[in-house]
Design a protein around this ligand. Structure first.
Ligand SMILES: Cc1ncc(COP(=O)(O)O)c(C=O)c1O
Length: 432
């Protein structure tokens, strides 16, 4: 067999997808129900009007290519939303519709980063960021996060080097649920202006902030001339409308020129997003759909409270997430790493969570700037992990309250067993 490209061999697997596979395997092998707290896929259904509009588009034969930047009607409505809700100075031509924000991130990085260029990422991050940076041949650098996963502003400036081109912001954050205050976001923006850097603002969880309003860093440059603007803002329908499988998102480029460049980058990457789902997404933006989003936000807040009420007394939560639907639980008292713990939890209690290490891999480079990474038999290299995530697991609270409660009580049960050195009950071990 011919060899695979070096870059494809060097990227790590996503810890979330790995747990997916293992959970499926257990259920298929008759190991019983798995409590799926490992994945950020909302348990809600998309708004019925969206489904109907997408089906109607199919019935009407709207099944052909859409423009590569998206349907004009959808772009216009997204621009209007970006202006009125996010405070961006967005025109229709600055909006590029993408098949999900995963793809939007990759296209934006392609635009900003060349081989060897650097992007600053939070030290604990959504794993696809590093996969994408490495695929492009660029280099991730990490800004430290302190208490409650808030950035250490003093330390960020030191991370900016000769080759740094961009800063990635993800507030509210996956996997920590941290929401950066406006002052923090402004400090990043000031730094980007001072050092002439791009900002990539991944706002996938904009609608799930539990106290106060969401702040879009792009709003800080609303009054700047276009050539000075630098924030690429990414929004997705996946989380706000529980439309993860429909694959629609968008990039709001900071200027018409940046949008033209993005359009060019998108041409070889995607022909277009799906046409029927874009017609559905158009309806999602109607004012009548806002109460649905607010109901979901209230449900996530309630589940966050439920999760904290179970994890905190058990010594597993040392901060309170302010947004999104995740918490990085601290399992250090068990003496296990997050990877070991996640495996035991799945086998002994039938609960899937995502090991923290996968959200904190730190690729290492030699003095000549080459990535030190040799793939193992698993198909990916073993990267070192940021110590702040080694004894953590990410718990997603986008399952029903009942599933969440039961999954967390089982988690606490395993923690107690590990703390006291009690073996797993025989019945539980059989689910392995
Ligand atoms: C922080 C963050 N950004 C982007 C995405 C990608 O979302 P999608 O590609 O479904 O729009 C996710 C999905 O989990 C995410 O957590």
């Amino acid at each position: 067999m011919p060899s695979f490209s070096r870059r494809s061999e060097q990227i790590p697997f996503s810890p979330i997808r790995t747990m997916f596979r293992m959970a499926d395997e257990i259920e298929r092998a008759g190991g019983g129900h798995v409590f799926r707290l490992h994945v950020g896929d909302p348990d809600f259904a998309p708004p019925p009007r969206v489904v109907e509009a997408a089906c109607e588009a199919l019935r009407q034969g709207k099944t052909h290519y859409a423009p590569s930047v998206g349907l004009e009607e959808l772009r216009a409505k997204l621009a209007e939303k970006a202006r009125s809700r996010n405070g961006l100075a967005a025109t229709t031509e600055q909006v590029i519709v993408t098949p999900g924000s995963t793809q939007a991130l990759f296209a934006s990085m392609e635009l900003m980063l060349g081989p060897g260029d650097e992007i600053l990422l939070p030290a604990i991050y959504w794993p696809n960021y590093v996969q994408q940076v490495l695929l492009i041949g660029a280099r991730p650098r990490f800004y430290p996060l302190g208490r409650g996963y808030q950035p250490d502003l003093g330390a960020i400036k030191e991370q900016v080097g000769e080759r740094t081109r961009a800063i990635l912001l993800n507030s509210p954050s996956n996997p920590t649920g941290a929401v950066f205050p406006e002052a923090t976001l402004r400090a990043f923006h000031d730094l980007a202006l001072e050092r002439d850097l791009w900002i990539l603002s991944d706002e996938a969880y904009e609608d799930f902030v539990f106290g106060g309003a969401h702040v879009s860093p792009g709003s800080f440059e609303r009054d700047l001339p276009e050539e000075k603007r630098r924030v690429f803002t990414l929004f997705t329908f996946s989380k706000s409308y529980a439309m993860t499988g429909l694959r629609v998102a968008c990039i709001v480029a900071p200027s018409a020129r940046a949008a033209t460049m993005l359009r060019k980058v998108q041409e070889p990457l995607v022909a277009s997003s799906g046409t029927p789902v874009q017609w559905g997404s158009l309806v999602a933006l109607d004012a009548s759909e806002r109460p649905g989003i607010e109901r979901m936000r209230d449900a996530y807040r309630r589940r966050r409270d439920l999760a904290v009420s179970i994890l905190q007394p058990a010594g597993l939560a040392d901060y309170i997430p302010e947004g999104a639907f995740y918490i990085m639980a601290d399992i250090s008292s068990t003496g296990l790493t997050g990877d070991e713990f996640a495996l035991r939890l799945l086998r002994e209690e039938g609960v899937a969570v995502a090991p923290g290490s996968g959200f904190a891999l730190v690729p290492e480079y030699g003095p000549d700037g080459t990535l030190r990474a040799e793939p193992t038999s698993s198909g990916a290299p073993e990267y070192p992990t940021h110590p702040g995530a080694r004894h953590r697991v990410r718990i997603a609270f986008c399952v029903s309250d009942e599933e969440l409660r039961e999954g967390l009580e089982r988690t606490v049960r395993l923690v107690e067993r590990l703390r006291h050195g009690t073996p797993a009950p025989a019945a539980a071990r059989q689910t392995a």
